[in-house]
Write a protein that binds this ligand. Structure first.
Ligand code: CMP
Length: 159
């Protein structure tokens, strides 16, 4: 089933100049980027995007982190895009992410370290956790006119 999902390269990924390497991971799997922009989010927007985490003890550190620099926001489209994108990204905590995933290849932090220092787990990228979250996040971050429809060569052979 063709789906769309939301991804954001976080300030650590942008500041470490990993934008190209991260995008390559999705493109090489044949997933299609249908929307993309660089955004410096503010605290109000952070509260909307991370509404599920607002009452968690780590929220303050998470908000400080996400507003600390620009992020690259994308909509990614493809067969089962929500699940495959999460697979490519790896699990939330970098120390537990498998090598070969974005978090497993480019980050190493533990939850314990983040919590002891009162900051967010720094993990390069955010990706929607499920289809419902993907729809909510795409609607929050993008206007319909910013999402494009075009054909890739992969579609000619696989879709
Ligand atoms: P993300 O996928 O963007 O979703 C929520 C973010 O909160 C997560 O990545 C981490 O950056 C951060 N996070 C989740 N759990 C913790 C935690 N226990 N301590 C600090 N940061 C966390």
């Amino acid at each position: 089933m063709i789906e769309q999902t939301f991804v954001a390269i976080k300030p650590d990924g942008v500041e470490r100049a990993l934008i190209g390497k991260v995008i390559e991971r999705f493109e090489q799997r044949g997933l299609k980027i249908v929307a993309m922009k660089m955004v410096w989010v503010d605290r109000d927007f952070s509260k909307k995007h991370y509404s599920a985490h607002i009452n968690k003890p780590f929220y303050k550190g998470l908000e400080d982190f996400i507003v600390s620099g620009p992020v690259v926001a994308m909509v990614i489209e493809g067969v089962n895009a929500v699940e495959y994108t999460r697979k490519i990204v790896g699990v939330t905590i970098p120390s537990e992410a498998s090598p070969g995933t974005i978090r497993g290849d480019f980050a190493h932090q533990t939850m314990q370290h983040a919590d002891e220092h009162g900051h967010a787990v720094v993990n390069i990228i955010h990706a929607s956790g499920n289809k419902e979250e993907a729809k909510k996040e795409i609607d929050l971050w993008f206007d319909a006119k910013e999402i494009h429809s075009y054909k890739t060569v992969h579609e000619k052979h696989t879709f």
